[in-house]
Write a new protein. Sequence first.
Length: 116
Amino acid sequence: MSNLVTVGVYGTLKLGRSNHDLLEHVERHAEGWVKGYRLYESGIPFLVKDDTSDYKVKVELYKVDRDTLENLDGLEGHPHAYCRYEVPVEINNEVTTAWIYEYPSIVGRENTTGIF
């Protein structure tokens, strides 16, 4: 039995971005898309739940251990700023689940590309 969980990241945690160092020791598992969200940005991205949204937001998927998950929670301020939820993620027309960090309110301007 594995003690790894899958997280879907966007923004500063993605490969080549400023906070990716928290995931440098972890191999990227896949890329996928989440539905039911809108992406906003104001220097950093904010993924906001919106069941009326018809576009997808791109995430990178990583399998992480509990220590890494706790470090990500610390960075994201879970559960007081961003909150972590397990959601469906589409990968190549198949659906799996991953933990993502969503923000409770709209900040900044909407990014309709779904990529940050």
